[in-house]
Each structure stands twice: as C-alpha cells, then as structure tokens.
Design a binder for this molecule. Structure first.
Ligand code: CDP
Ligand code: CDP
Length: 225
C-alpha cells in the first residue's frame, strides 16, 4: 500500500538518473531505490553461477534464491547479494554488457517489479530505472524522463569509469550505450519508454546541480498540493 509521494526517474543509459535521484532523495529525506542495480545484481549472480543468460527458468530460480539489499554509502549506496558486497562488481563491463539480456526475461522483470513495489510501499520514494513511470509505479506523482545526447552520455561514462579504474575507450562506450538503449527499448516486456505523463528533461548541457534543482522544484510543487 502506497504511503507517500512517489518520484519516478527514467531514461536511457548514463543520462544521470542515479546521481540526480540520490541527490534529490537526500534533499527531501525520501528513500532511494536504484532499480538498475537490482538488474545488475541478478546479472552478476547469473555470470557467477555460469547460467546461460537466456535460460529463463534457471535465471528465475537463481533470483528466487538470493536477496538483493541496499546499504547507505558514499558516494554511492552499497549493494549486497546475500552477504557479498557487489557494489563495484556490478559496474564492471561483463555485467554491463550482459544486463540487457537478463533484464529482458519476463520472469525476471515480474519478480523485480514486485520487489521494487514492496520497497516503494515503505514511504516517500525516489526510484530510478527504465520502466518506473510506465510500469513499476504508474501512479507516481512526479515522473521525469532524463535524456542527453549519446556523445555526452559516453563522455560522462568515461569520466565515471576512470574513477573506478575501468579503461574502456570512448568509442567502445558509445557503442555499448547505443546497443544497450536499443535492446532496452525494443524488448517485449516493459521496454524503456517515456510515460505519457512524464516530464522530459534534456540534460545534455545541464550540470548535475541544475538537473537536481529542476526536479526539486517539481517535487516542491507536488508536495504543496
Ligand atoms: O546506470 P546505467 O545507465 O548503466 O544503467 P542501470 O540503470 O544501472 O541499468 C542497467 C540495466 O538494467 C539497463 O540497461 C536495463 O537493461 C536494466 N534495467 C531495466 O531493465 N529496468 C529498470 N527499471 C532498470 C534497469
Ligand atoms: O544512472 P545513469 O546511468 O542514468 O547515470 P549516472 O550513473 O547517474 O551518471 C553517469 C555520470 O554522468 C556520472 O558520473 C555523473 O556524475 C555524470 N553526470 C553529469 O556529468 N552531468 C549530469 N547532468 C548528470 C550526470
């Protein structure tokens, strides 16, 4: 049962969703849920177990056997699969390049959507992903669709990766982002799409703070209603 205002932030890869969602959640004292991290976590587990990415029954069984947990952390929340801290592992290229295949499996989407709704039931929430405004929280009062040019997104990811010691070249990153967007947008179950009532924000030439301030303004308006 819904307990408070819901903020859904969706958009393509590396548009700045999680960075901005976390800032906004902290500012308003909302719970923050990074749904991409949940899809990455099951993908990490699938790779660890050596299960085929398209073996839906085996992947679902694996998902049913694990817990995915968040813990507060700086600069990013920590992510745990059972007792293992996978915060760094789920950002590695092997997971990044396999996650769209796993997230396309209907049984995986159904299960993670249910877990995400349970998290949202706890109170006021900012949730970011691909299908939050369209599928997971269709009644969210605030729906934001963040976009930026693919060149800008590849540049952002390059900087982000450098800080993590990942050295994938810019051209490869751009290609990987385009591929992931294509797969995420064309899958059958809850593809990446802008909800009809979402506000589209092109962040190509906006700073993180400008984007966070803009979303904060929109939340304040809704909170005062
Ligand atoms: O941060 P980045 O843009 O790399 O992606 P993410 O938010 O960590 O999401 C990783 C992948 O999970 C996406 O490319 C999608 O395949 C999948 N995903 C999804 O299918 N639905 C969501 N609500 C969130 C992520
Ligand atoms: O969650 P998503 O994949 O959409 O993106 P992110 O991981 O939040 O952001 C990717 C990178 O872009 C991060 O290093 C952010 O600091 C950076 N960023 C930026 O430079 N300008 C913005 N307006 C938003 C994010």
């Amino acid at each position: 049962e819904k307990q408070g205002l819901q903020v859904a932030i969706d958009g393509p890869a590396s548009a700045g969703k999680s960075t901005v969602a976390k800032i906004v959640a902290t500012r308003f004292h909302y719970i923050y849920c990074d749904t991409g991290a949940m899809y990455r976590a099951i993908t990490w587990k699938v790779l660890q177990a050596g299960v085929a990415l398209d073996d839906e029954a085996a992947v679902k069984q694996l998902l049913d056997s694990i817990t995915i947990r968040f813990e507060p952390g700086e600069p990013v929340q920590k992510v745990f699969v059972d007792q293992t801290d996978v915060t760094l592992a789920i950002r590695q290229p092997d997971v990044t390049n396999s996650v769209s295949a796993v997230s396309a499996l209907p049984a995986v989407r159904k299960e993670l959507t249910a877990r995400q709704r349970t998290i949202a039931d706890a109170g006021k929430i900012v949730m970011d992903g691909r299908d939050i405004g369209s599928t997971v929280l269709p009644d969210a009062e605030v729906k934001i669709f963040l976009v930026a040019s693919v060149d800008e997104r590849a540049q952002r990811r390059l900087k982000d990766n450098a800080a993590k010691g990942i050295t994938t070249p810019l051209a490869t990153l751009k290609h990987e982002i385009e591929e992931r967007d294509r797969k995420d947008s064309t899958r059958k179950v809850s593809p990446l799409t802008q909800a009809a009532d979402a506000i589209r924000l092109d962040t190509t030439s906006m700073s993180i703070d400008q984007v966070a301030d803009k979303i904060a303004e929109i939340i304040k308006e809704k909170e005062s209603l």
